[in-house]
Design a protein around this ligand. Structure first.
Ligand code: AMP
Length: 289
């Protein structure tokens, strides 16, 4: 595996791979790699001949400097993890490589970026879209793999790729969970034992939504009530948002039907966790006469 720090070197390596007729799979990350990231890397490995992973704690997507500074950084361990997954290129540039002095251009996916994560973290998706476009321009992959855990992020990136007519397929992989069903996240490291215990209410609440839909519940407020009931039972958990949304525009559906998602963000102390479940609400079956 080659560790690449410079934009021009990464471009050149990827250009050569493409010239050799190789397909490139790309996984952008902010490091502190866990099994969730590794699944994305394995998927890229299945889809492509060459796998590139980026590790870049992107300053422009953090709305709080303290959050950026305290974000976990595990460079050596991450490189070892990438070697074990047979990654070809680990792109880990310093900030000034991706944001040279005088940079002015930003990417704004206007509507999808406003709600939920975008509302709670102003400017977040502008930072995400801008850095992901830069990375896609550098690597020019055939596939870029993202996690369902950050559903809104994956949708923002998909929208950007469509709107800007980029030649890359965005692949979304299911959320990887710990044994207690809490979604794996670099932020989980910050939870105390009691907060971790309380975090389990989030997957329980998602399961309540799944069950309500599976049992034929088609009233949005009833589904949401089942979710809130689970979350409210956990005192430490402070809900930021809970919503039932469609999977295209992330808006509450007029009817509980088709491909939906239940999305949650909640605070446990200072730590903010997000999670979601994809729901398929088929229309209720017609009873035979
Ligand atoms: P991050 O390093 O947190 O920016 O995440 C990099 C990529 O890994 C994003 O596409 C995330 O959605 C994805 N990811 C993070 N946690 C998980 C998880 N538990 N399961 C699946 N994908 C994940």
């Amino acid at each position: 595996m080659e560790i690449v720090r410079r934009v021009h070197s990464m471009k050149e390596a990827c250009r050569q791979a493409r010239r050799g007729g190789k397909k490139i799979g790309f996984v952008p990350t902010m490091g502190a790699l866990h099994e969730g990231h590794l699944r994305l890397i394995r998927r890229a490995r299945e889809l492509a001949d060459i796998v590139a992973v980026s590790i870049f704690v992107n300053p422009t997507q953090f709305d709080q400097a303290s959050d950026f500074e305290s974000y976990p950084r595990e460079e050596t361990a991450d490189a070892d993890r990438c070697i074990s997954e047979r990654v070809d290129y680990l792109f880990s540039p310093p900030a000034e490589e991706l944001y040279p002095e005088g940079s002015q251009t930003i990417v704004d996916v206007t509507e999808l970026s406003r709600s939920f994560e975008g509302a709670s973290r102003p400017g977040h998706f502008r930072g995400v879209a801008t850095v992901v476009l830069k990375l896609l321009q550098i690597v020019q992959p055939d596939f870029a793999v993202f996690g369902q855990k950050d559903l809104q992020q994956a949708l923002v990136v998909r929208r950007m790729v469509r709107d800007l007519m980029l030649d890359v397929e965005i692949v979304m992989m299911p959320t990887v969970r710990d044994e207690d069903n809490v979604a794996l996240s670099s932020r989980n490291q910050k939870l105390s034992a009691a907060e971790r215990e309380a975090a389990r209410a989030i997957p329980r609440a998602l399961e309540a939504a799944r069950q309500a839909i599976a049992e034929g519940q088609r009233q949005s407020d009833r589904v949401l009530a089942a979710v809130h009931e689970v979350l409210q039972a956990e005192e430490r958990l402070k809900v930021d948002y809970v919503e039932l949304v469609d999977r295209e525009r992330l808006e509450p559906p007029t009817q509980v039907q088709g491909e939906l998602a239940l999305i949650i963000a909640a605070f446990l102390g200072e730590t903010r966790l997000i999670d979601n479940v994809l729901l398929n609400a088929d229309p209720p079956k017609q009873k035979k006469a």
